[in-house]
Structures are given as structure tokens and as C-alpha cells.
Design a binder for this molecule. Sequence first.
Ligand code: UDP
Ligand code: MG
Length: 319
Amino acid sequence: MSTSKVKLSLVVPCYNEQDNVELFLAACKKAFDGKVDNYEIIFINDGSKDNTWRKLKKLYEKEDNLKLVNFSRNFGKEAAMYAGLQKAVGDYVTIIDADLQQRPELVVEMVDFLDNNDDFDCVAAFQQDRREGKVLSFFKKAFYKFINSVCEIDFRSGASDFRTFRHNMVESILEMKEYFRFSKGIFSWVGYNVHYMPYIAEERNAGKTSWSFRKLFKYAMEGILAFTTFPLKLATYAGGICSFLSLLYMVVVIIQKLAFGIDIPGYPTLIVLILFIGGIQMILLGIIGLYISKMYIEGKRRPIYIAKEYLDSAERKDD
Ligand code: UDP
Ligand code: MG
């Protein structure tokens, strides 16, 4: 690659994308031709189990604007994005999926927008209407409602990782070195002026999505644990409410006994109360446990990813 300034870096996490990477590169060439002159593409092979890495190396032989990072195992898209952002040198940096659900033509629009709007630092694509089931959509809405109400930063429903940043914003993101990465939170935590651009995601070109309901649920939990400590306060609230109710109940019992001489059926009341309070205590202990387990892992300060190979066509020896 020439030494002149790189205008745009594309960060492309790849997990089992053997049938997409070639097409993705071709689509980029077509979209950027004559519009974005100097760009680089950073592919991160996130421990794919198929031929993605071999395919990427083949592309690398032919192209002069590629960087390839090969992870030692699957570390997840968050880690892949982090690695890609670290390698990106462009004035603008875009995170985009390899499966062509997000068209490179939109990146040109994002770049144009940033070129013409100095006061914005980031363009984020968001899906206005999603083609997804009612149940999933309900849970997603509930998640955003909850996290927005308990968290000081703003989470926008439907916003994706498909974004273009100015380089200074990327540097701020890289300063957040936490192991449990929840990029939606990280992107809003760093602040800056973000412009939201509606887009419609295409169907996946080949392969299948790696998101199951279970994984999404886990991801949502990660987000809550990483960006709000509200659940930890629940114990205090529950404790307060229980104490208040038990006080009320005590007054009721005293009045019943003294004024009306009613016998209180002790055994069932006791069992119900013990189970109820015990249950609440267990749940709250569990929540505390969740936070402690995150702290435990975070405290080990493990690397976010391990790359066993890094190839940069600018540093190719045979040039
Ligand atoms: N991806 C990744 N590591 C993973 C899972 C996914 O790098 O462990 C990449 C994947 O190759 C794709 C992007 O992240 O480029 C989005 O994944 P996917 O298409 O499965 O998600 P969806 O588009 O359904 O949200
Ligand atoms: Mg996809």
C-alpha cells in the first residue's frame, strides 16, 4: 500500500465466513471505486472453523490494502472489533460485518456525511424496522427500556455495531480496556456527537447467524452487568419493603389478638414467609455473585484476545 494517508479503515470481524469474504471484498471495490480513494480492509479471523483463514490469505496475496489478524481461537465479535480498531490507521474507521447484510455503499454515505459535517464524530446505522419475531422484538424492547431507565448513558434501540468513527473517537474506545466488552455501551459511554442513520439490513449472503436466543439473552445480561450496578441496589430496596411489610403485619397481628382474640394460624404463615424471604435472599445473593464473578475475571487482567498471526500488505517482504 502506498504511504499516503489512509482515508478509511474497514474493520471486518469474520467467524465462519468462507463463502462471504471474497464477495465482500468485491462489493467494497465496487462501492468505493472513484469515491473513497485510499482505504484499507482489516479482516479479523475470529477462530473460524471453516476455510475463512485460507481464503483470506489468498486474497492477501493479490491485494495491497489488506491487514489480516488471526486469532488463536474464537474470542467473540467484541474482541475482534477491538483488535481491528487497534490496527486501523484511517482518518475514518468503519465496523462492518462480513456477511453483506450491511452494504459497503452505505459506508460511502457515512464517509460523505462526516466529510460534510465537522461537528459529528460518528455515524451509526440503525435498523428502523427489523424483520424478526414478535417475541424477540418484545424482549429487545424490554431490555432497552430497563437499561435506559437504570443507566446514565443512552442506549438506542436498533442501533448496530455498523458505524463509522473519526479516528479520535476510536482512540477513546481503545482506552476502554475492559475484558467484558459490551460495545453498545462503550460507544455511548465515550460520548462524542453521533448521527443515527436509518438502514435496512439485507439477508445474510451465505452461512448462518451465530446469534441464538440464548446467546442474545447472555449478551443482554453482559450489558446490564457491565453498565449498571442497579441490580446490586435491589437488596436494599427489597430489605426495606420487607421490613416495612413485616412491621405492618405485626401491628395487624397484635390488633387481631388483643382486640378480637383471633388465633393466628402460625405454621402456614411461617412456611410461606420463610420461603418468600428465603427466595428473595437467594436471588439477591445470586445477583451479587454475578457481579463478583465478573470482578474475579476482570481482576485477572487477561488479554482481550490472542492473535497468533498478523499480516499487513504494506509490510510485505516480497514487495
Ligand atoms: N462474528 C465474529 N465472531 C463471533 C461471531 C460473529 O467475528 O464469534 C462476526 C461474523 O463473522 C459477522 C459479524 O460478526 O461478520 C456479525 O455476526 P452475525 O452475522 O452472526 O450476526 P447478525 O448479523 O446476525 O447480528
Ligand atoms: Mg450478520
